[in-house]
Design a protein around this ligand. Sequence first.
Ligand code: SF4
Ligand code: SF4
Length: 80
Amino acid sequence: MKIKLIIIIIILVALSLFAITKGNIFIVPNSCVGCGDCIGVCPTNAIEIIDGKAVIDTKLCIDCEICITSCTYKAIRKNK
Ligand code: SF4
Ligand code: SF4
């Protein structure tokens, strides 16, 4: 019983940390050329091209940062 409670607390803490740190990745529209290279590397399909620019769905993004290195135009950044 006590172990279950500890596990539930750990899960709740992990979820709140996740919620706090989410949404740190963003696109700089002026730098994005809409090549789509970042779309293929995103594990959660959080990126799509809208009107020729990449857009990140913050509900799907898990802040893994994989897309940052995929962009040769340095259009994907992380909030510090
Ligand atoms: S890889 Fe970079 S330039 Fe290409 S669509 Fe993604 S953000 Fe834009
Ligand atoms: S940080 Fe990860 S999950 Fe978020 S858009 Fe980039 S590749 Fe996708």
